[in-house]
Design a protein around this ligand. Structure first.
Ligand code: PXG
Ligand code: PLP
Length: 442
């Protein structure tokens, strides 16, 4: 057992924690001090099973020495190289290897440092693409209700999570949203992909009728909406969205920041659903979450559209100081090695059924109004306490942590997304603890 570490409770004030209840945390801190494999260790010496891959990112499990060694060696060999007008070998190697595992046709990679930056990058590529193609009237971006696309201005504009939008002014102009697909009345407690709701994709036709296709640049959706509480697309929905985009010359962007790198039991959600987007955003799992990095994949004809004009000119005025930096690139290569050596990008198929059985065994417990699963993602939706939404699920989170299991909650939905190295005994512990905790909830 990890030796308890004294928490410096007198100096927690300076750090303004992101997306956190700061005051609650600082009264009752939950500090993590070590991690290995499937587990964290808390400051008070308890082992805590990671049911969430950190924040949906540590897909190959914690403390992988191969990644640590690659990062260490890279720091000593070439620590940083200018990202603009200069290169270094590993970033080219990583782009080529990523393109090789990506769905066919997504052959070019633009690097960022997070999912939020990947989203901004994808929206800018979409707008600029139409302009370089001579269709500069396509200025509108379409998102979806309940979508999460990070926290930068483009992302919250196309996003559909009210709390992430309402405090931040008028947001980006020219944005509209299609309806979300959550439908408890028709789809509650369905295993895997729900039957009903493909017709919700036709909502895009409504926006085309309203704005005219000639003004719309792109539609961005999460293939499976993660952050809002795991909303799985109805059968046929993404195919239909693809067809409507094709019909009207609108680019389709899949935000695969969560679904990318094996989460659904396929390398990407595009593979799972057999629908290939024009642009695909990723982050998190690209480096196993341990060094910041994001990657935006684009189809060749999009990249090629930019490659015109005099060769000494910059083709796309966009990039980050740390785009494809050597350390992140080294971490990305070592991570891909692990995924490929251990077959992790498809391991969710093998274990998904066991995970689904365990999860759906929670049906009938108090307050449980829906259970959803796909690959190694699961969600348990709880009936909110009248007048106190989010409180019931937050209590479950606190109690699970006390009992040595880390879950994630959003609203009154509990989300599970364990590392892809999980074993059946870990699933038993994860879901078993959750069941015990749900039984105690007020
Ligand atoms: N797009 C999607 C689909 C995401 O899930 C982002 C963009 C932004 O990525 P960065 O790296 O900028 O955070 C995300 C991130 C949660 C949770 O509670 C989800 C995310 C991040 C943190 C927590 O479910 N998704
Ligand atoms: N702000 C200022 C003043 C800068 O000079 C830069 C980059 O040079 C940025 C923001 C953007 O930083 P990054 O490239 O790390 O996103």
């Amino acid at each position: 057992m990890q030796k308890p570490v004294a928490i410096p409770t007198n100096n927690l004030e300076a750090f303004w924690m992101p997306f956190s209840a700061n005051r609650q945390f600082k009264k009752q801190p939950r500090m993590l001090v070590r991690a290995e494999g499937m587990n964290y260790w808390s400051h008070d010496g308890r082992k805590v099973l990671d049911g969430t891959s950190g924040l949906w990112c540590v897909n190959a499990g914690h403390g992988r020495p191969e990644i640590a060694d690659a990062v260490h060696a890279q720091l000593l060999e070439l620590d940083y190289a200018p990202a603009f007008q200069m290169g270094h070998p590993k970033v080219f190697e990583l782009a080529a290897r990523l393109a090789a595992v990506a769905p066919q046709g997504l052959d070019h990679v633009f690097f960022t440092n997070s999912g939020s930056e990947s989203v901004e990058t994808s929206l800018k590529i979409a707008l600029a693409y139409h302009r370089v193609k001579g269709e500069g009237s396509r200025i509108r971006l379409i998102g979806r209700e309940r979508g999460y696309h990070g926290v930068n201005f483009g992302g919250i504009s196309v996003g559909g999570i009210v709390s992430n939008r309402k405090h931040f002014g008028a947001l980006l102009a020219g944005v509209d949203h299609i309806r979300h697909t959550h439908d408890l009345a028709r789809n509650a407690f369905v295993r895997g992909v729900p039957e009903h709701g493909a017709e919700l994709a036709d909502d895009l036709e409504r926006l085309v009728t309203l704005h005219d296709a000639s003004t719309i640049a792109a539609v961005i959706v999460e293939p499976v909406a993660g952050s809002t509480g795991v909303l799985i697309p109805p059968k046929g929905y993404l195919q239909r969205l693809r067809e409507i985009c094709d019909k009207h010359g609108i680019l389709l962007i899949f935000d695969e920041v969560i679904t990318g790198f094996g989460r659904l039991g396929t390398p990407f959600a595009a593979d799972y659903f057999g629908v290939t987007p024009d642009i695909m955003t990723t982050a998190k799992g690209v480096t196993n979450g341990v060094v910041p990095m994001g990657a935006v994949f684009v189809k060749s004809d999009i990249y090629e559209a930019f490659m015109n004009g005099p060769e000494h000119l910059i083709e796309f005025f966009h990039g980050y100081t740390y785009s494809g930096n050597p350390v992140s690139s080294a971490a990305g290569l070592a991570t891909l090695d692990i995924y490929q050596r251990e077959g992790l990008l498809t391991r969710g198929v093998e274990l998904g059924e066991y995970f689904a059985d365990a999860l759906h065994g929670l049906k009938g417990l108090p307050h449980v109004i829906d259970i959803r699963n796909i690959g190694l993602v699961g969600a348990v939706e709880l009936e909110p306490i009248a007048g106190a939404p989010t409180k019931r699920a937050f209590s479950a989170f606190l109690e699970c942590y006390e009992r040595g299991v880390m879950i994630r909650t959003t609203g009154d939905i509990i989300a599970l997304s364990p590392p892809l190295i999980i074993e059946k005994s870990d699933i038993d512990l994860l879901v078993g603890t959750l069941a015990d905790v749900i039984k105690t909830l007020q």
